[in-house]
Ligand binder design. Structure first.
Ligand code: SF4
Length: 354
């Protein structure tokens, strides 16, 4: 039932006025039969010829039938779309144009709460054992997948476990190890440069302050916040490509520059939630709300999303678009651990709950 319909049905109905004729005791004349629906061809013909006659005939049935505009509707129940496609009730997506700041804050936090239920295991998908490894891995993750980085870093850290080791390495050897991550020459310069800076200026330790981190070669705010949030427990928003795409789809902000997006989204959430918010959004971007084919029909936050319908809305087709890879290659689908799946192979309980 749509909201409008629900609203109507909840109000006690007004008693209808009795027809005048009925009040006099006379039998009301039966209503004229509506003209049968015409085919589009007939309608076109009659629309042209009957324009002048319509006033005389008083019939509205000759008007050309206008097909209703197709509107994508989101499932009313957030988790229903995947489980029981046929029984999903729908509501028209709301326009967010005039949404107040308070309403936006509420909707944004609700989206995050829903995502937290869908991805209770959200975490940085780069493998690391200490801040130095996370810093290097994050720099290497530019323009490639976390999976590729995770396949590359064990050899790097086995050979160069400390900033001093990496700073003193033969660049050609480092390039050879980093080649699979792409842009390997530039990345070699960055990780060797930041290792040198750590060794010379910070006693071989990764600093825990934003202003120090962003001075390191190849380290911007995004990388710095990944390190601060996940190695130091200091809240930070990671504005990567997924984060940028999703917060714009959700109309959390219209900003396009990472720094401005970070500030706008940061204002919607308590600081303590920033790190996990980043994980939730990035997990959702990687698994369901893809750049080219978002799986709207299998999306647990569809009722809260102004962009519902941008991707596949058929639940069965949408399910096939779900990706479970840990930052894998485009099109590659790796199975998540079994604990993340329900019996039907769908992601963790919340998606299957409906
Ligand atoms: S998958 Fe579709 S409904 Fe879900 S967040 Fe992305 S655009 Fe919105």
């Amino acid at each position: 039932m749509t909201r409008a319909a629900k609203k109507t049905s909840e109000k006690p109905g007004k008693p209808e006025k009795p027809a005048k004729k009925a009040a006099t005791g006379k039998k009301a004349a039966p209503a004229k039969k509506a003209a049968p629906a015409r085919t589009s061809k007939t309608s076109r013909t009659s629309a042209g010829t009957s324009a002048g006659k319509s006033a005389a005939s008083g019939s509205a049935a000759v008007k050309k039938a206008v097909p209703p505009k197709k509107v994508a509707v989101a499932p009313e129940k957030a988790t229903a779309a995947v489980g029981k496609a046929s029984s999903v009730r729908t509501v028209a997506p709301k326009s967010r144009k005039n949404e107040s700041h308070t309403a936006l804050v509420r909707r944004a936090r609700r989206i995050d709460r829903e995502l937290a239920e869908v991805y209770p295991y959200a975490h940085p998908e780069l493998d690391f054992e200490n801040p130095f490894q996370l810093l290097v891995a994050t720099v290497l993750s530019a323009q490639t997948t976390d999976l590729r980085v995770n396949q590359t870093t064990p050899a790097l850290f086995a050979k160069y476990p400390t900033p001093e080791d990496l700073a003193a390495a033969d660049p050609e050897e480092v390039e050879g190890i980093l080649r699979p991550t792409g842009f390997f020459r530039a990345k070699t310069r960055s990780v060797m440069g930041l290792s040198r800076a750590l060794a010379e200026e910070f006693g071989g330790e990764v600093p825990g302050r934003l202003e120090d981190l962003v001075k390191l070669p190849g380290v911007g705010r995004k990388t710095a916040f990944v390190v601060l949030g996940n190695a130091f427990g200091r809240p930070g928003i990671t504005v990567d490509t997924h984060f940028q795409r999703l917060v714009r789809r959700w109309q959390w902000t219209e900003e396009t520059e990472p720094d401005k997006i970070e500030a706008a989204v940061g204002a919607l959430f308590p600081k303590s939630e920033w790190t996990m918010l980043s994980h939730h959004v990035i997990f959702h971007g990687r698994r369901i709300c893809h750049a080219r084919k978002p799986a709207c029909g299998a999306c647990p936050i569809a009722p809260l999303c102004p962009a519902y319908g941008e991707g596949e809305t058929d639940p069965e087709k949408a399910k096939k678009l779900l990706k479970y890879e840990k930052g894998g290659f485009p099109g590659q689908r790796l199975k998540p651990p079994q604990s993340y799946l329900d019996a039907g192979g769908r992601p963790a309980p919340p998606l299957a709950a409906g």
